[in-house]
Design a protein around this ligand. Structure first.
Ligand code: GLC
Length: 492
């Protein structure tokens, strides 16, 4: 057996078939997995401490501008959510992940959505980061896709084709923005896979509006600039009045909720625009930036962070969201490949390639119910060129996916509990129904993630309180929400 273990593939060859392995190989791999399990553990006490720390950061963020360097608690200027009475055709633009979407929505006033037309456009990677990634190039690309869409919708959007009517657009821009009014705001910094340096500090609506003019969209104005969490909250509350918060669990993660204005000390001299009667204000927490010594982190998270576009930032997001989970699993597999030949030994070309394993891959492997874990075998072969693994090794891979996804789901649940505590919801004796609207592919498509998050919420809140808490998928909440907020703030 020892002799077999030494038979590593020559460097120029493709990955060897790991047909057999020594018991020390298996032991070494098992140690990596058990260390991972220990480091990712999220017992109830940890989750409770995370929720409490989240509340602490939220309080600090509301107390003063920059009060929390982690959780920004952005005042969104959304003080009135759509109430169902809105009417007319509204456009929306949703930028935040690897695709952006343009939508046209017709609201008929009865609380529903009478018509919805959407188009999804992939953003070329070169516009997201790197030398070509300038503000002008990015907004030009977006405005040109928007112009095409509007031209196709011409005549169907209530304009009559004469170009006379001012069209209104809601812009979902899912990055931290220092909002200066309902329809203006400056980018604080990029997150996720974007790094367009010259846009930082810029008013993103002005940049979009300039690009729109260039593409002939003169009769269209941006009526609302919102975060995707705010769009999801608007969509959630459009359909259910008891919606108190919204969470995105997708490429990134974030939450928004309805706060009472007197709890926002940094609003002590409210800007004129805030002469609202509702006495509430939607806060975009930007919780992805949350960090705490209670967060269970590993060497893999540290390496991922160090090699990311934003080292030292978005710690909570990097433990939870879809952009990162696949890459955490890849890093664990890489470690195993350096300690044992279970994954084929020396040739680690693909295993060292960042983001080659995605969260949807992790989800497929995690849900593999075939008796021989054929889906795991296929994913390892297709994505990492690892072939001929034993069933035991494939089981280990599933366990790694489980550990990483479970930590993510449990930490997300702790964040939600933090928000509920912050607004005094979900406690013993609170009889009110509370709805949290959720959007994002991680929540929508990763069933084990979703189940784990929901059962953790029940574990944290207790069965009785959890029975009054509803986590509702607000499908396309972020895009639709932009149109809804544009309607609520319509200037025509
Ligand atoms: C990142 C962004 C945040 C957004 C979230 C989900 O955390 O900073 O604004 O809401 O991703 O898309």
């Amino acid at each position: 057996m020892a002799a077999l273990a030494k038979k590593r593939p020559a460097r120029h060859r493709t990955r060897a078939t790991p047909s057999s392995s020594s018991s020390s190989d298996v032991e070494a791999a098992k140690r990596v997995v058990s260390d991972l399990r220990d480091a990712c553990a999220t017992p109830a006490t940890t989750l409770d401490a995370v929720a409490a720390a989240m509340v602490g950061e939220m309080d600090a963020g509301l107390a003063a501008e920059g009060g929390s360097s982690k959780v920004k608690m952005i005042v969104t200027f959304v003080d009135a959510l759509p109430n169902g009475g809105e009417e007319g055709s509204f456009y929306a633009l949703d930028l935040g992940g690897t695709n952006f979407r343009v939508l046209r929505v017709r609201l008929a006033g009865g609380g529903g959505v009478a018509e919805r037309v959407a188009r999804e456009v992939p953003i070329p990677h070169r516009l997201m980061s790197g030398d070509d990634a300038t503000s002008e190039n990015l907004f030009d690309f977006i405005a040109s896709a928007l112009a095409e869409f509007v031209a196709d919708e011409e005549g169907r959007d209530g304009d009559g084709g004469d170009g006379e009517r001012m069209r209104e657009l809601g812009f979902t821009f899912s990055f931290p923005v220092r909002q200066t009014s309902i329809a203006s705001g400056k980018l604080i910094r990029w997150t996720k896979a974007f790094a367009v340096d010259d846009a930082v500090g810029e008013d993103v609506v002005a940049a979009l509006q300039a690009a729109m003019s260039k593409h002939g969209l003169h009769n269209m104005r941006v009526s609302a600039l919102i975060n995707d969490t705010v769009g999801t909250l608007a969509t959630g509350s459009y359909y259910d009045d008891d919606t108190v918060a919204a969470v995105i669990l997708g490429t990134g993660t974030n939450a928004a909720y309805i706060e009472s204005t007197n709890a926002i000390a940094k609003l002590s001299s409210p800007p004129a625009e805030l002469g609202n009667s509702s006495n509430t204000m939607v806060i975009n927490t930007e919780w992805g930036g949350f960090d705490s010594p209670f967060l269970p982190t590993t060497e893999y998270d540290q390496a991922l962070d160090a090699e990311s576009l934003n080292p030292g930032e978005q710690t909570y997001e990097k433990l939870i969201s879809g952009l990162y989970l696949g890459d955490i699993v890849r890093r664990v597999l890489l470690k195993i490949s350096t300690k044992s030949s279970l994954l084929g030994g020396g040739d680690t070309d693909l295993l060292t390639t960042r983001f080659v394993l995605t969260t949807p891959d992790v989800s497929s492997m995690h849900h593999d119910e075939t008796p021989d874990l054929a889906i795991v075998a296929d994913k390892l072969a297709e994505k990492l060129n690892i072939r001929g693994t034993s069933l035991e090794t494939r089981r280990m891979v599933v366990e790694i996916c489980d550990i990483v996804a479970t930590r993510s789901a449990r930490l997300a649940a702790a964040g939600i509990v933090g928000i509920l505590r912050k607004i005094g919801r979900g406690g013993a004796g609170d009889e009110r129904r509370s709805v949290v609207a959720v959007d994002g592919g991680l929540f929508e498509h990763y069933a084990k993630f979703r189940q784990c998050m929901e059962s953790t919420l029940e574990e944290m809140l207790g069965e009785e309180a959890a029975a009054r808490m509803f986590i509702k998928l607000a499908n396309d909440g972020s895009g639709l929400g932009a149109a809804l907020v544009a309607a609520a703030y319509s200037q025509s």
